[in-house]
Ligand binder design. Structure first.
Ligand code: PHE
Length: 446
């Protein structure tokens, strides 16, 4: 196991925020958020999601970073070091969740590559939204091509983690994230000025409170965990590389804000155009891939906008998938002394194979579980069950087991440097575990 003094650290404060925001912002904001919002009724879901991000989400993000910075190891190791053996089970749970998530994350990541290429082969020259939807259907029904692109995406993920070129990725993020942001602003302008866009805006922004059910609450909880990379120890690992003089509350607030911002921006692109073209908000996992090309088709040189968007989308997904593989690999590196090369290669390949049923389940071969496609079932299990369960234990761990250490860590800059320490601990001791438990029970019963 590496000694504390040997652990590498982030080059700069911005480096950490970029890497953590890079982990958070990805398919969760641009692919998952719009389609789950569409499925669970729109604005009411968005409201619950936003509340969860700024209460439980931000508190747990701070908790994970604190655990990592103090433990100086991956999740399993940090739990063991700070709380004793039994707590390492929570870290374990995270490793399993990361394994499952990455298995289907690679599939959707592959779609971004395929759509980048399709941008040059006539994707945006279709005149009707029906044809664009058809293109998607044909693509996901082709077993060979979905697996091919999944493997390509996973190879890129493995390559980055294998070479430990996180630094390179960090630098790339510095260019890609602002570029993605500007491009999305332009797309919002295009989308909201389409004739008929206002219906979409009210679907997305005007909440109908009668739509809030236990099921909606659970979906919003799962989305908060998924999009912020919480509950599985990813932020624990990032925190373990964080220098002592960094400001955890302010970094966490920035990461949560950026993730929410990109999610809302994705919604502002997708829903106005969706309603303008009379498409179905509950289209499911294909929503982003069906709607965006319709918007590009309405722009001059649409294929270029499309290619640019999908390439940036790919990098956003890659900076997240890298952190998922890191959760799994670092466990084997820190605990079993595996070499980085062996851990990434062996585990990366196993995860890719485990993702094949998800890849096929979107149209090529009807593989279903519990009335959902295999991919949806895996996603539900990991995001709505495993991640919040991890969050439940992490909040108890920090709130009750190591609250004195936590107080010290969070006020590291000067005595009482974080004025909300008590509120934060109160959320972790009571609010977060109780809310998660209630949402679980109400969500699973409905
Ligand atoms: N937050 C990432 C996304 O939204 C997914 C992720 C989850 C990454 C958990 C790491 C850990 O795409």
């Amino acid at each position: 196991m590496p000694k504390i003094s040997e652990r590498e650290q982030w080059g700069s404060k911005l480096g950490f925020i970029l890497a953590a925001a890079g982990s958070a912002i990805g398919l969760g904001s641009i692919w998952r958020f719009p389609y789950i919002t569409g499925q669970y009724g729109g604005a009411a879901f968005v409201l619950v999601y936003t509340l969860l991000v700024f209460s439980i989400g931000i508190s747990l993000m701070m908790a994970e970073i604190v655990i990592g910075r103090r433990g100086k190891l991956n999740a399993v190791g940090s739990f063991k070091a700070l709380g004793g053996g039994a707590w390492s089970i929570v870290g374990w749970l995270g490793v399993i969740a990361a394994f499952i998530i990455l298995s289907y994350y690679g599939v959707i990541g592959g779609w971004t590559i395929a759509y980048f290429i399709k941008s040059f082969t006539g994707l945006t020259s279709h005149s009707s939204s029906g044809q664009i939807a058809k293109t998607f259907e044909i693509f996901v029904s082709n077993a060979g091509s979905v697996i091919f692109y999944q493997v390509l995406f996973m190879a890129a993920t493995i390559f980055v983690v294998y070479n430990g070129v996180g630094g390179g990725i960090e630098r790339l993020c510095k260019i890609c994230m602002p570029a993605l942001f500007i491009l999305m602003l332009i797309l919002i302008l295009r989308s909201v000025t389409l004739p008929g866009a206002s219906k979409g805006l009210s679907f997305f922004l005007k909440p109908d409170f009668t739509k809030i059910t236990g099921e909606v609450l659970l979906a919003a909880l799962g989305q908060a965990f998924f999009s912020l990379s919480l509950g599985i120890g990813a932020m624990i690992i990032y925190g373990s590389y964080l220098p002592e003089d960094s400001n955890i509350p302010s970094s966490s607030a920035q990461i949560c804000f950026l993730t929410l911002l990109i999610s809302i921006m994705a919604g502002l692109i997708i829903f106005p155009s969706l309603f303008a073209f009379n498409m179905e908000p509950a289209a499911g996992a294909g929503l982003t891939f069906i709607t965006l090309p319709v918007v590009f088709a309405k722009m001059p040189a649409g294929f270029l906008w499309s290619a640019l968007f999908f390439v940036l989308f790919f990098f956003a997904a890659l900076t997240s998938s890298v952190s998922l593989l890191e959760v799994v690999a670092s466990y084997f590196i820190d605990n079993f002394g595996w070499k980085r090369s062996r851990a990434t290669l062996v585990l990366g390949i196993i995860i890719t194979i485990a993702g094949i049923p998800s890849a096929l389940s979107q149209g090529a071969v009807p593989i279903n579980l519990f009335g959902k496609s295999f991919l949806d079932a895996a996603d539900f299990f990991a995001s709505n069950l495993l991640m919040p369960l991890g969050g439940f234990f992490i909040s108890l761990f920090l709130g009750w087991k190591i609250h004195n250490i936590a107080k010290e860590e969070i006020n590291n800059l000067s005595e009482n440097s974080f004025p909300l320490t008590k509120t934060w601990l109160f959320i972790l001791q009571y609010i977060a575990p109780i809310c998660i438990a209630i949402i679980f029970i109400s969500g699973l019963r409905s």
